[in-house]
Write a protein that binds this ligand. Structure first.
Ligand SMILES: Cc1cc2nc3c(=O)[nH]c(=O)nc-3n(C[C@H](O)[C@H](O)[C@H](O)COP(=O)(O)O)c2cc1C
Length: 160
């Protein structure tokens, strides 16, 4: 039984009504960002929400009731495909709730990278967060999972 969130319009799927979260992400490697996406997906699902995950070209946007947009950071830049996705879906992203995240090494002033995404959005995201990625060795990276779980709870509480 999927969960219906108060303020947003859930999609009808067969006989049941459910909320579908679209996690749209872009990165170059199958490392930290992909892992964060998997944690977020699992956390939404364990809270009873349906999740569609994909790179910008893979997502069926019409299925999604809210969007979680994520990108890794390389050399001071976020991923171009996520910016293109935002450009191409301005009306949808104005209408639906949006949360955004970045995965990078910068922990003191992550907004310097996050703003590259936020300034493209047609409205302020309801919440944004940074996850500390890694270069080669994972180090303490697994600690980011609890941050992902807490963030998902925060997103859901903002929707209720
Ligand atoms: C070539 C390269 C450039 C990077 N440049 C930055 C940067 O400018 N700012 C930053 O905060 N992190 C930077 N990082 C750290 C990455 O954001 C971090 O490794 C992150 O985990 C990358 O996402 P991924 O694991 O999904 O590839 C860089 C990493 C690499 C490999």
């Amino acid at each position: 039984m999927k969960r219906q969130i108060g303020r947003i319009t859930p999609t009808r799927n067969g006989a049941s009504i459910m909320t579908t979260v679209g996690i749209v992400y872009s990165t170059k490697r199958k490392k930290a960002t992909v892992q964060v996406v998997e944690w977020l997906k699992a956390a939404f699902e364990s809270n009873g929400l349906e999740v569609e995950v994909g790179k910008p070209e893979e997502i069926n946007t019409q299925d999604c009731d809210l969007f979680v947009l994520g990108t890794s950071v390389y050399a001071g830049a976020v991923q171009e495909p996520i910016l293109a996705f935002i450009d191409q879906n301005q009306d949808l992203l104005r209408e639906k709730p949006v949360a955004t995240f970045i995965v990078c090494k910068e922990v003191e002033t992550p907004e310097c990278h996050m703003n590259l995404v936020i300034e493209k959005l047609p409205k302020e995201p309801m919440t944004w967060i940074n996850f500390e990625g890694y270069l080669l060795r994972k180090g303490d990276f697994e600690k980011q999972q609890s941050k992902a779980n807490t963030w998902v709870k925060d997103i859901i509480s903002r929707l209720s």
